[in-house]
Design a protein around this ligand. Structure first.
Ligand code: NZQ
Ligand code: ZN
Length: 383
């Protein structure tokens, strides 16, 4: 069996978890900082988060920037970049879900770069420095609050691209799960699916001897399966705080150290959001099962391991297909659809594959086996 490889693990984000913790930002940000307080479309104004943040920042100097959209647009964020440059901002406080936090990472990096910020997403500029960021998380899903990733959309060209840098890890992430009470069922379900798929993309590859990586990934996957099973209690504090902590742990880079990773579901999903406007979580529930059916032999050993250790399959029931059936049933149990046509979308497979090719995504997956032709087969299964 392949042994897991050497790695460096770096995660500098201080996690402040729990009810009533938003007030702690008063002490987490020094009063000599000029802060840009960046947020989304206004949900924080209706659920009391805005009031808690401004109360905590009473003794600080801050400028507000609102209107960061879901799947944040470069065009919007460039306006915030100008504010940071013109007002000498030296700290960015992102209050929202993955979109706002990802957007803040772009702003933090682009503000210390002389060229066009999109160069970062095209990997023409490597981010080595960024304005420091703090995050107040309002939607658990992406793990963006304590990782170095960011996904940005350029509306003009309908492109959704990502970058990663150690420079954009938030210095802190405040995770007050009581803010989740205003999330819709759709957002909770998206968060649950995203968390499952983040874990799966770092686990459903080929076997290694990484006991910590596999064991912890399985624990997180079992959490998600248990939360899905307990969907009727999704409005309880216990359910919500467990989703928040699980989703954070799924993508704080730990379970992927030294082991193969896939990420093809995300790359194909990003193109579907860019072209058809589906939510991030919705795209993942469409692509992952289709991808697993297509690659069930390549991923056989780990599919069987997941079937046994996560879903409790045994004997004649322990097959690749039955494991994939379980994943589909999990997504369905939280009311997330599994095909594009269920959303009324008549997808153009060629257009999606062309977009993937245009973004250099021609050898996806843990072994690079997902060529454009294989991606087309996956998409055919997802129609
Ligand atoms: O804009 P506001 O008014 O805040 O409303 C948001 C938004 O409409 C709303 N919302 C957030 N917290 C709320 C709330 N509504 C009520 N109560 C609350 N407490 O929810 C809507 C969706 O928010 P968004 O931030 O877009 O969701 P999510 O956290 O799922 O983020 C998705 C984005 O993250 C990227 C995705 O591609 C997508 O662009 N990802 C980032 C990753 C990373 N940085 O590591 C990895 C992920 O795989 C993902 O690709
Ligand atoms: Zn995701």
């Amino acid at each position: 069996m392949t042994t897991f490889s050497n790695f460096t693990y770096y995660n500098p984000t201080r996690i402040v978890f729990g009810s009533g913790t938003i007030a702690s930002i008063e002490k987490l940000i020094h009063t000599d900082k000029k802060i840009l307080f960046i947020y989304g479309g206004g949900s924080i104004k209706t659920n009391g988060v805005y009031a808690q943040v401004t109360e905590a920042l009473k003794g600080h100097t801050f400028t507000e920037f609102s209107g960061v959209e879901a799947n944040p647009h470069k065009e919007t964020l460039d306006k915030a970049v100008a504010v940071v440059k013109n007002e000498g901002i030296d700290f960015i406080l992102a209050v929202g879900g993955g979109s706002v936090i990802d957007g803040a990472k772009y702003v933090a990096a682009a503000a210390l770069y002389d060229g066009d910020g999109w160069d970062i997403l095209e990997w023409k500029h490597t981010v080595k420095k960024a304005v420091p960021i703090g995050a107040v998380l309002t939607l658990p899903a992406t793990g963006s609050e304590s990782n170095g990733g960011s996904v940005i959309t350029r509306a003009e060209t309908q492109e959704k691209r990502f970058f990663k840098s150690e420079a954009v890890y938030p210095v802190f992430a405040v995770m007050d799960y009581t803010v989740m009470t205003t999330l819709s069922d759709r957002q909770l379900a998206n968060g649950l699916v995203d968390t499952f798929v983040h874990t799966a993309e770092q686990y459903l590859t080929y076997p290694t001897d990484g006991m910590v990586q596999d064991g912890y990934a399985e624990a997180l996957l079992r959490n998600i399966a248990a939360l899905a099973k307990d969907w009727e209690n999704r409005r309880t504090e216990s359910w919500q705080k467990n989703l928040m902590w699980t989703s954070n742990q799924a993508l704080n880079e730990l379970i992927g150290v030294g082991v193969p990773q896939d990420w093809a579901t995300h790359m194909i999903g990003h193109e579907l959001t860019a072209i058809y406007g589906l939510d991030h979580g919705q795209t993942l529930a469409i692509v992952l099962p289709a991808l697993l059916r297509q690659l069930r032999l390549q991923k056989s050993k780990k599919l069987l391991k997941m079937g046994r250790n996560v879903f409790g399959l045994e004997g004649a029931d322990l097959t690749e297909d039955k494991t994939i059936d379980k994943i589909e049933a999990l997504f369905r149990s939280v009311d997330v659809k599994l095909t594009l046509s269920e959303y009324g979308i008549k997808a153009d497979v060629d257009a999606v594959v062309t977009a993937l090719k245009g973004h250099g995504m021609t050898a996806l997956g843990e072994t690079g086996s997902i060529t454009p032709d294989v991606a087309a087969c996956i998409l055919q299964r997802a129609l």
